[in-house]
Design a binder for this molecule. Structure first.
Ligand code: BGC
Length: 968
């Protein structure tokens, strides 16, 4: 009250000083402020309403889950109860009538994953909702604004459309690659009455662009995604109410092979007999436009045998090989009304697989998420120029250029340049990655961008230019699954800031429908090991819940008969039931566990119980498979010999001596069992939870007995590995006493108490004796810094993150990296590209897994309860950085944490969302040295549970913005 009175006073003073006109305005403001004061303690209001993680979406769940965030002034605000209204019209909601659902007042602090429990909805029904909450004092807050969702087509029987396409394989020119042209499809229909609303439901096996009256529908790329097409295919929905006109309308589609019938991964490279068409021979389309007329009647237009097909400008297109567009061949006006399609033939109608599910795409579509201007253009030969975009990314180019009919530009893509300025393409292996554009010869500059391919690149070599091109003749289009940005991160260290940028860019480049290993070479598959080590890191950068809601289904659909999750998903299978791309691709410790770990991250990070319920049969089957490898509790050396390579991929791309893959597998087994115990308990499967909890002790005891000596040192029986034949880098020899072994033992929790302390000391010694350098690969690096932090070696974690010497991420940065490299030595100053023609990607997110430590430890933001409803703010401050700030937009709202160190003084800024409780850690032993918002810690009513520890003071804070000053 005092504060607001001061405010009124100042406004009054202002008034006196101002003219009459202003006086009126200010009195109005004054009046508003005074009247706001009358409900200032009850201004709690829900915002950012989402249904199934999306704003105003189409969904197909009959009981979708609703979420909101809260805003309220003051401190320590929380929700005690909520009321949701769902109505069939906005008018009803405006009158506060929930004719479909009125939840009434529900005593609950839940702000997310609240299931709709109203009347059953009809396919195509759009509903509106709003929510209000009561605060901790049971005071009623304000209604949110109104949001909506629309039920799509929950069952296949809602569909009239048939699968149509055209087999054009015979038109593929003979040559190194088999690249048939794209079928163009069209149909004209008559709309006889005024349209109230229209929806396009569209699915393809392969890729599609869809047009109505010449206009492309949606900005999305690569619909309908990659799935285990024999089990599941997705569809998308678009509001096309405004695209239809009364009278004749033209529908058009261009199809491309995509993941369905195009080239996949390294099949060509490794000499698999089948290299493309893994799921079907040619792409297919299923689309229908459901129209509701103003008079209430309905009509459906759909794909069937009456559609016509021809060929056009897209003469070849493939993810790995690139796209060729001959603009002269564009059948002018083919997707508009009045085109003469007499020369076009009838489409082929293909029967559906009865057991293939047709479902709404759960993720956000791939879109252009950033446009990049050219950084430099350099002439390298006659007609040949090298374009540098200054940033490694995945996507396409957009061309804007004028040339004569038949003139052609050829674009080759690469991530790096050789010393002599030539494009590095060796690391693309058998991905041709070439786009070609042949000009129509328009009077204006022609604008073109491929639709059915993408490349991982920074440089483009353009051939065929008649003169120096304009500075903006190309634009880089960065493609990614379009997920909300969730994090920010900044420090006073430029290298570290660049590293964060590299992590973000590499995630964008590899979150393209599925989480891929890399976007450039003949691979681009959903490697499970990469995905699981990186998963938590990913959550801090983007809202990945919808993305992984999709991929976890891919994972479950891909599970092997024996219960193992595969090494990548989706994984097409041959007629023997083996991996079709390379039959030896099976399962591996550290990879297969993605089925548990990725599901857990969605459960934990987004409080998603449903994903656990849906994945449970797959996860329990996998756990039984793991248990079969550890009958006595420990997975002994050699137990994973059945994997290919032997022991699995192990600590992939580590430096020097290898860690026993079986030892690491034990730590993963323990970790997965722990996660399963937590997840099954949360969904009320107590018997299962008890069984997993019991297993935990067995696994730990087995591990200690087998792998730990009396001093707590980890050891293995090296003899079992012989000369290492058949194992990844087996010639380097195996050990149990490595950074990777201790880091995983600590991170997984298999060692605790005294054992963990000893392991922490061994880990510290190993880092120190190696000149404060790492030796870890994919599996060892992710837990390395967290394990050092957990066992009191924050100083060493800082040394590793700030290192600029090989091997380190800083080394990449100082060598000019704008993305995360696959290998620690992808490029070295003295040796150049030693791995050039082999695996040498410059866009591989796996080592970006350090992001988890950057957010959880350096900034100190971590969840202590599901969905960040309870958090910990515990920044770890050590030498080398004086200032850091960042934020994470969780499903419970935005959390910020920053700190600045000047001499003995530390200033922290903390922001905690409404309804979230935070335990905050302040680096001092004495509570009297801490002040918050200018007051001493103990004097504040909104601070509770202040505790003094040997090195830290902790206090509990609720919502609000805080400036904390610690004067040591
Ligand atoms: C991929 C990796 C993947 C690995 C299996 C590589 O070719 O690029 O990231 O996890 O194979 O070890």
């Amino acid at each position: 009250m005092v504060k607001s009175w001061n405010l009124v006073n100042s406004i009054y003073l202002l008034i006196v000083k101002n003219t009459m006109k202003r006086v009126k305005l200010l009195w109005l403001l004054c009046f508003t402020l005074i009247s706001m004061q009358s409900w200032a303690n009850t201004d709690i209001r829900p915002v950012y309403l989402r249904t199934e993680y999306k704003v105003n979406p189409f969904v197909e769940e009959s009981s979708p889950r609703l979420s909101w965030e809260l805003r309220a002034s003051g401190f320590n605000q929380s929700q005690q109860a909520y009321r949701i209204l769902v109505a069939s019209s906005i008018a009803n909601l405006n009158k506060h009538i929930g004719d479909l659902w009125d939840s009434e007042k529900v005593e609950s602090n839940a702000t997310n994953q609240v299931s709709y429990q109203g009347k059953a909805l009809q396919p195509g029904q759009k509903v509106y909702w709003k929510v209000k909450v009561w605060n901790a004092k049971n005071e009623e807050g304000l209604w949110s604004t109104i949001n909506s969702w629309e039920l799509a087509k929950p069952t296949k029987s809602e569909w009239t459309a048939e699968w149509i396409g055209k087999d054009l394989n015979h038109l593929a020119p003979k040559g190194e690659y088999h690249l048939p042209p794209s079928p163009y499809l069209r149909k004209e229909v008559k709309v006889t009455k005024p349209v109230k609303s229209a929806r396009l439901y569209i699915s393809s096996l392969g890729l599609h662009n869809f047009y109505i009256n010449g206009e492309k529908i949606g900005k999305d790329y690569f619909g309908s995604g990659w799935t285990e097409y024999n089990k599941r295919v997705y569809y998308n929905v678009y509001d096309v109410s405004k695209n239809l006109q009364q009278g004749n309308n033209a529908f058009g589609a261009i199809l491309s092979s995509g993941w369905y019938s195009g080239y996949l991964a390294y099949a060509l490279l490794v000499g698999t007999p089948q290299v493309d068409r893994f799921y079907g021979n040619f792409p297919l389309l299923k689309a229908q436009v459901d129209v509701e007329y103003a008079d209430g009647t309905k009509e459906v237009f759909y794909t069937d045998k009456t559609w016509k097909t021809g060929v056009g400008a897209v003469i070849e297109s493939d993810f790995l090989q690139g796209e060729t567009h001959d603009a002269r061949k564009d059948p002018k006006g083919w997707n508009k009304v009045g085109f003469d399609d007499n020369q076009w033939s009838a489409v082929e109608v293909v029967a559906d697989k009865s057991d293939r599910a047709l479902e709404m795409y759960p993720s956000n579509p791939v879109r252009v998420v950033k446009e990049l201007p050219i950084k430099s253009i350099k002439k390298i030969a006659d007609g040949k120029y090298m374009i540098d975009f200054g940033q490694n990314f995945a996507g396409n180019i957009r061309l804007k250029h004028k040339a004569k009919a038949g003139e052609k530009l050829v674009f080759r893509f690469g991530e790096m340049l050789h010393i002599d300025g030539k494009l590095v393409t060796e690391n693309l292996r058998r991905a041709r990655a070439i786009d070609t554009y042949i000009f129509r010869g328009d009077a204006q500059a022609e604008v073109w961008s491929p639709s059915f391919t993408f490349h991982g690149f920074q440089f483009v070599e353009v051939s065929g230019l008649k003169e120096e091109p304009k500075a903006d003749f190309l634009t880089g289009l960065a493609l990614s699954s379009d997920l909300e940005t969730a994090g920010t991160f900044k420090t006073d260290n430029d290298m570290l800031n660049q590293l964060y940028s590299n992590i973000v860019w590499t995630q964008l480049a590899n979150y393209i429908d599925i989480p891929t290993d890399c976007p450039q070479r003949d691979e681009r598959i959903g490697w499970t090991g990469d995905a699981q080590v990186y998963m938590r890191s990913a959550t801090f950068n983007n809202d990945v819940a919808p993305f992984h809601k999709k991929w976890i289904k891919d994972l479950n659909d891909s599970q092997w008969e024996n219960g193992a999750y595969p090494v990548y998903a989706p994984i097409p299978k041959n007629d023997k039931g083996l991996a079709a791309i390379r039959p030896s691709d099976t399962y591996s410790p550290g990879w297969s566990e993605a089925g548990i770990i990725c599901t857990y991250e969605i459960f934990k990070g987004y409080n998603d119980h449903r994903i656990v319920e849906e994945s449970l049969p797959y996860m329990t089957k996998f756990m039984a498979f793991l248990k079969s490898k550890a009958p006595q509790g420990a997975m002994v050396e050699g137990i994973w010999e059945d994997a290919t390579p032997k022991g699995g991929f192990g600590d992939w791309l580590s430096v020097g001596q290898k860690t026993s893959p079986d030892l690491v597998a034990n730590t993963y087994y323990y970790y997965c069992t722990k996660l399963m115990a937590e997840m099954t308990r949360a969904i009320g499967k107590d018997q299962l939870a008890d069984a997993y909890t019991k297993d935990l002790e067995l696994i730990r005891a087995g591990f200690k007995k087998h792998y730990m000596d009396e001093n707590g040192k980890l050891k293995i029986d090296e003899k079992v590995y012989g000369n290492g034949d058949g194992y990844v880098e087996g010639q380097n020899g195996f050990s149990g006493h490595t950074q990777t072994a201790y880091a995983n033992a600590i991170y997984s929790g298999i060692l605790d108490g005294e054992d963990a302390i000893k392991a922490g000391q061994f880990l510290r010694d190993l880092v120190q004796s190696n000149g404060d350098k790492l030796t870890t690969g994919f599996l060892g690096f992710k837990p390395l810094l967290p394990a050092l932090s957990k066992t009191g070696s924050v100083d060493k974690a800082y040394k590793l993150i700030l290192s600029e010497e090989y091997p380190s991420l800083g080394y990449e940065v100082v060598n000019g990296a704008t993305s995360i490299w696959e290998r620690w030595d992808s490029f070295t100053k003295d040796k150049g590209f030693v791995h050039n023609a082999a695996m040498n990607s410059f866009s591989h997110y796996a080592f970006g897994s350090v992001n988890e430590w950057m957010f959880q430890n350096l900034l100190g933001i971590s969840a202590t309860a599901n969905g960040y409803s309870e958090i910990q703010i515990k920044p770890e401050i050590s030498s080398g950085i004086n200032e850091a700030s960042g934020s994470y937009h969780s499903i419970s709202g935005k959390i910020s944490s920053s700190w600045k160190k000047t001499g003995n003084k530390i200033v922290q800024h903390i922001e905690i969302p409404v309804n979230v409780k935070a335990i905050c850690y302040f680096p001092t032993a004495n509570a009297s040295k801490v002040s918050i918002n200018g007051k001493s810690l103990n004097s504040l009513s909104y601070v509770s549970n202040v505790k003094e520890g040997a090195e830290q003071v902790t206090a509990e804070l609720g919502s609000g913005k805080y400036e904390v000053v610690i004067n040591n």
